[in-house]
Ligand binder design. Structure first.
Ligand code: SAH
Length: 242
Protein backbone atom coordinates (compact mmCIF):
# COMPACT_ATOMS: atom_id res chain seq x y z
CA UNK A 1 0.00 0.00 0.00
CA UNK A 2 1.25 3.43 -0.87
CA UNK A 3 1.18 6.22 1.69
CA UNK A 4 2.39 9.60 0.44
CA UNK A 5 3.70 12.29 2.75
CA UNK A 6 3.60 15.52 0.78
CA UNK A 7 5.06 18.97 1.45
CA UNK A 8 2.76 21.42 -0.32
CA UNK A 9 4.99 24.50 0.05
CA UNK A 10 4.04 27.52 2.13
CA UNK A 11 1.07 28.63 0.06
CA UNK A 12 -0.35 25.54 -1.58
CA UNK A 13 -1.00 24.97 -5.26
CA UNK A 14 1.31 27.56 -6.86
CA UNK A 15 4.32 26.62 -4.79
CA UNK A 16 3.91 22.87 -4.98
CA UNK A 17 6.21 20.72 -7.03
CA UNK A 18 4.85 18.85 -10.02
CA UNK A 19 5.79 15.61 -8.26
CA UNK A 20 3.59 16.59 -5.30
CA UNK A 21 0.67 17.49 -7.58
CA UNK A 22 0.99 14.20 -9.50
CA UNK A 23 1.07 12.16 -6.29
CA UNK A 24 -2.04 13.96 -5.03
CA UNK A 25 -3.80 13.05 -8.24
CA UNK A 26 -3.25 9.34 -7.49
CA UNK A 27 -4.76 9.56 -3.99
CA UNK A 28 -8.34 8.95 -3.04
CA UNK A 29 -7.93 10.09 0.56
CA UNK A 30 -6.06 13.12 1.95
CA UNK A 31 -5.14 13.76 5.59
CA UNK A 32 -4.07 17.15 6.92
CA UNK A 33 -4.76 20.19 9.01
CA UNK A 34 -7.92 21.85 7.65
CA UNK A 35 -6.21 25.08 6.57
CA UNK A 36 -3.67 23.19 4.45
CA UNK A 37 -6.39 21.10 2.82
CA UNK A 38 -8.19 24.34 1.96
CA UNK A 39 -5.00 25.67 0.31
CA UNK A 40 -5.05 22.75 -2.11
CA UNK A 41 -8.85 22.45 -2.36
CA UNK A 42 -8.87 22.56 -6.18
CA UNK A 43 -6.57 19.51 -6.34
CA UNK A 44 -8.46 17.34 -3.89
CA UNK A 45 -12.05 17.86 -4.95
CA UNK A 46 -14.10 14.70 -4.41
CA UNK A 47 -11.39 12.98 -2.36
CA UNK A 48 -12.10 11.76 1.14
CA UNK A 49 -10.60 14.04 3.81
CA UNK A 50 -9.10 12.98 7.12
CA UNK A 51 -9.16 16.30 8.90
CA UNK A 52 -7.96 16.85 12.45
CA UNK A 53 -6.94 19.88 14.52
CA UNK A 54 -3.50 21.47 14.66
CA UNK A 55 -2.34 19.48 17.69
CA UNK A 56 -3.80 16.12 16.68
CA UNK A 57 -0.86 15.01 14.54
CA UNK A 58 -0.57 11.52 16.02
CA UNK A 59 -4.29 10.86 15.46
CA UNK A 60 -3.98 12.13 11.88
CA UNK A 61 -1.02 9.86 11.09
CA UNK A 62 -2.71 6.87 12.71
CA UNK A 63 -5.93 7.47 10.76
CA UNK A 64 -3.92 7.85 7.52
CA UNK A 65 -2.04 4.60 8.21
CA UNK A 66 -5.28 2.76 8.94
CA UNK A 67 -6.88 4.07 5.75
CA UNK A 68 -3.83 2.85 3.79
CA UNK A 69 -4.10 -0.55 5.51
CA UNK A 70 -7.75 -0.64 4.42
CA UNK A 71 -6.61 -0.33 0.80
CA UNK A 72 -6.95 3.41 0.16
CA UNK A 73 -4.24 5.45 -1.56
CA UNK A 74 -3.59 8.10 1.05
CA UNK A 75 -1.64 11.37 1.22
CA UNK A 76 -0.66 13.12 4.43
CA UNK A 77 0.00 16.77 3.62
CA UNK A 78 2.15 19.29 5.50
CA UNK A 79 2.79 22.94 4.72
CA UNK A 80 6.25 23.73 3.38
CA UNK A 81 8.40 20.63 3.49
CA UNK A 82 6.92 17.62 5.28
CA UNK A 83 10.24 16.84 6.96
CA UNK A 84 10.93 20.34 8.34
CA UNK A 85 8.98 20.73 11.60
CA UNK A 86 6.44 18.60 9.75
CA UNK A 87 4.78 15.22 9.77
CA UNK A 88 7.21 12.98 7.87
CA UNK A 89 9.16 11.63 10.86
CA UNK A 90 6.01 11.05 12.88
CA UNK A 91 4.36 9.21 9.99
CA UNK A 92 7.39 6.92 9.57
CA UNK A 93 7.32 6.21 13.30
CA UNK A 94 3.58 5.50 13.29
CA UNK A 95 3.93 3.12 10.32
CA UNK A 96 6.89 1.41 12.02
CA UNK A 97 8.03 -1.71 10.23
CA UNK A 98 4.67 -2.61 8.70
CA UNK A 99 5.75 -4.36 5.47
CA UNK A 100 2.38 -3.68 3.84
CA UNK A 101 2.89 0.09 3.76
CA UNK A 102 5.38 1.91 1.58
CA UNK A 103 5.77 5.53 2.65
CA UNK A 104 6.92 7.93 -0.08
CA UNK A 105 8.02 11.34 1.16
CA UNK A 106 7.74 14.16 -1.35
CA UNK A 107 9.69 17.32 -0.49
CA UNK A 108 8.29 20.83 -0.65
CA UNK A 109 9.53 24.43 -0.52
CA UNK A 110 10.16 25.16 3.15
CA UNK A 111 9.25 28.54 4.67
CA UNK A 112 12.92 29.59 5.04
CA UNK A 113 13.42 29.31 1.27
CA UNK A 114 10.06 30.83 0.33
CA UNK A 115 10.51 33.64 2.88
CA UNK A 116 14.13 34.16 1.81
CA UNK A 117 13.07 34.51 -1.83
CA UNK A 118 10.32 36.96 -0.87
CA UNK A 119 12.83 39.14 0.99
CA UNK A 120 15.70 38.87 -1.48
CA UNK A 121 18.57 36.41 -1.10
CA UNK A 122 19.49 36.16 2.58
CA UNK A 123 20.40 32.45 2.62
CA UNK A 124 23.24 32.52 0.10
CA UNK A 125 25.75 30.98 2.49
CA UNK A 126 25.53 28.69 5.50
CA UNK A 127 22.37 29.09 7.50
CA UNK A 128 20.63 27.58 10.50
CA UNK A 129 16.94 27.05 11.17
CA UNK A 130 15.65 27.37 14.72
CA UNK A 131 12.04 26.96 15.81
CA UNK A 132 11.09 29.13 18.77
CA UNK A 133 8.24 26.82 19.71
CA UNK A 134 8.89 25.25 23.09
CA UNK A 135 5.89 22.92 22.86
CA UNK A 136 8.12 19.97 21.90
CA UNK A 137 11.60 21.38 22.62
CA UNK A 138 12.70 22.74 26.04
CA UNK A 139 13.48 26.47 25.94
CA UNK A 140 17.04 25.84 27.26
CA UNK A 141 17.76 23.77 24.13
CA UNK A 142 16.40 26.55 21.91
CA UNK A 143 18.64 29.08 23.70
CA UNK A 144 21.67 26.84 23.23
CA UNK A 145 20.99 26.52 19.49
CA UNK A 146 20.50 30.28 19.10
CA UNK A 147 23.84 30.93 20.83
CA UNK A 148 25.53 28.34 18.60
CA UNK A 149 24.09 29.85 15.43
CA UNK A 150 25.16 33.36 16.49
CA UNK A 151 28.65 32.16 17.39
CA UNK A 152 28.98 30.53 13.97
CA UNK A 153 27.91 33.69 12.08
CA UNK A 154 25.12 31.73 10.39
CA UNK A 155 22.18 33.44 8.76
CA UNK A 156 19.25 32.24 10.86
CA UNK A 157 15.69 31.40 9.86
CA UNK A 158 13.37 31.51 12.86
CA UNK A 159 10.25 29.37 12.51
CA UNK A 160 7.31 29.66 14.92
CA UNK A 161 8.45 33.09 16.17
CA UNK A 162 5.27 33.66 18.18
CA UNK A 163 1.64 32.81 18.71
CA UNK A 164 -1.29 34.03 20.79
CA UNK A 165 0.13 32.29 23.86
CA UNK A 166 3.85 32.70 23.08
CA UNK A 167 4.19 36.47 22.82
CA UNK A 168 7.66 37.02 24.34
CA UNK A 169 9.66 34.30 22.57
CA UNK A 170 10.94 36.50 19.74
CA UNK A 171 12.08 39.19 22.18
CA UNK A 172 13.85 36.59 24.33
CA UNK A 173 15.49 35.10 21.25
CA UNK A 174 16.66 38.53 20.06
CA UNK A 175 18.14 39.29 23.48
CA UNK A 176 20.17 36.07 23.30
CA UNK A 177 21.38 36.85 19.76
CA UNK A 178 22.22 40.43 20.80
CA UNK A 179 24.71 39.00 23.32
CA UNK A 180 26.84 38.19 20.24
CA UNK A 181 25.47 40.06 17.23
CA UNK A 182 25.34 43.85 16.67
CA UNK A 183 21.90 45.53 16.85
CA UNK A 184 22.25 46.77 13.25
CA UNK A 185 22.30 43.18 11.89
CA UNK A 186 19.92 43.10 8.90
CA UNK A 187 16.71 41.13 9.51
CA UNK A 188 13.50 40.49 7.61
CA UNK A 189 10.03 39.19 8.30
CA UNK A 190 8.06 37.26 5.68
CA UNK A 191 4.41 36.70 6.54
CA UNK A 192 1.82 34.48 4.85
CA UNK A 193 4.13 33.83 1.91
CA UNK A 194 2.16 32.57 -1.07
CA UNK A 195 -1.14 33.20 0.68
CA UNK A 196 -3.70 35.99 0.79
CA UNK A 197 -2.30 38.94 2.75
CA UNK A 198 1.38 38.15 2.08
CA UNK A 199 3.73 40.83 3.47
CA UNK A 200 7.47 41.42 3.89
CA UNK A 201 9.37 43.81 6.14
CA UNK A 202 13.05 44.62 6.55
CA UNK A 203 14.35 45.66 9.94
CA UNK A 204 17.37 45.33 12.25
CA UNK A 205 18.01 42.93 15.10
CA UNK A 206 17.78 45.80 17.59
CA UNK A 207 14.30 46.72 16.33
CA UNK A 208 13.20 43.11 15.87
CA UNK A 209 13.14 42.57 19.65
CA UNK A 210 10.23 45.06 19.82
CA UNK A 211 8.41 43.63 16.79
CA UNK A 212 5.40 41.33 17.08
CA UNK A 213 5.51 38.21 14.92
CA UNK A 214 2.80 35.59 14.70
CA UNK A 215 2.71 31.94 13.69
CA UNK A 216 2.29 32.86 10.00
CA UNK A 217 5.67 34.61 9.97
CA UNK A 218 9.20 33.43 9.27
CA UNK A 219 11.99 35.68 10.52
CA UNK A 220 15.28 35.84 8.64
CA UNK A 221 18.35 37.14 10.48
CA UNK A 222 21.35 38.07 8.37
CA UNK A 223 24.98 37.23 9.06
CA UNK A 224 27.79 39.78 9.48
CA UNK A 225 27.91 40.26 5.68
CA UNK A 226 24.19 40.65 4.96
CA UNK A 227 23.27 44.02 3.42
CA UNK A 228 20.19 45.79 2.06
CA UNK A 229 20.49 46.20 -1.72
CA UNK A 230 17.73 48.23 -3.35
CA UNK A 231 15.24 47.26 -0.67
CA UNK A 232 16.15 43.56 -0.73
CA UNK A 233 18.00 41.53 1.91
CA UNK A 234 21.19 40.16 0.35
CA UNK A 235 23.95 37.98 1.75
CA UNK A 236 26.96 38.13 -0.61
CA UNK A 237 28.22 34.81 -1.90
CA UNK A 238 31.62 34.89 -0.23
CA UNK A 239 33.66 36.54 2.46
CA UNK A 240 36.06 37.98 -0.14
CA UNK A 241 33.60 40.51 -1.46
CA UNK A 242 32.41 38.57 -4.52
N1 SAH B 1 6.82 22.34 7.49
C1 SAH B 1 6.81 23.80 7.41
C2 SAH B 1 7.07 24.45 8.74
C3 SAH B 1 6.02 24.21 9.80
S1 SAH B 1 6.37 25.08 11.30
C4 SAH B 1 7.81 24.28 6.37
O1 SAH B 1 8.67 23.50 5.92
O2 SAH B 1 7.75 25.46 6.00
C5 SAH B 1 5.28 26.46 11.10
C6 SAH B 1 6.09 27.73 10.86
O3 SAH B 1 6.53 27.77 9.50
C7 SAH B 1 5.31 29.02 11.03
O4 SAH B 1 5.22 29.42 12.39
C8 SAH B 1 6.14 29.99 10.22
O5 SAH B 1 7.30 30.37 10.93
C9 SAH B 1 6.56 29.09 9.04
N2 SAH B 1 5.62 29.24 7.91
C10 SAH B 1 4.80 28.28 7.44
N3 SAH B 1 4.08 28.74 6.38
C11 SAH B 1 4.49 30.02 6.19
C12 SAH B 1 4.12 31.04 5.24
N4 SAH B 1 3.21 30.82 4.28
N5 SAH B 1 4.74 32.25 5.31
C13 SAH B 1 5.67 32.48 6.26
N6 SAH B 1 6.05 31.56 7.17
C14 SAH B 1 5.47 30.34 7.14
Amino acid sequence: MKLYCIGIGPGGVEQMTLRAARALEKCDCVAGYGLYLDLIAELIEGKERIQTGMTKEVDRCTAARDAARAGRTVAVVSSGDAGVYGMAGLLLEVCGDDPAIEVEIIPGVTAACAGGAALGAPLTGDFACVSLSDLLTPWEVIEKRLRGAAAGDFCIALYNPGSKTRTSHLRRACDILLETLPPETVCGLARSVGRVGESHTLTTLGALRDTAADMLTTVLIGNSRTRVVNGRMVTPRGYRGV
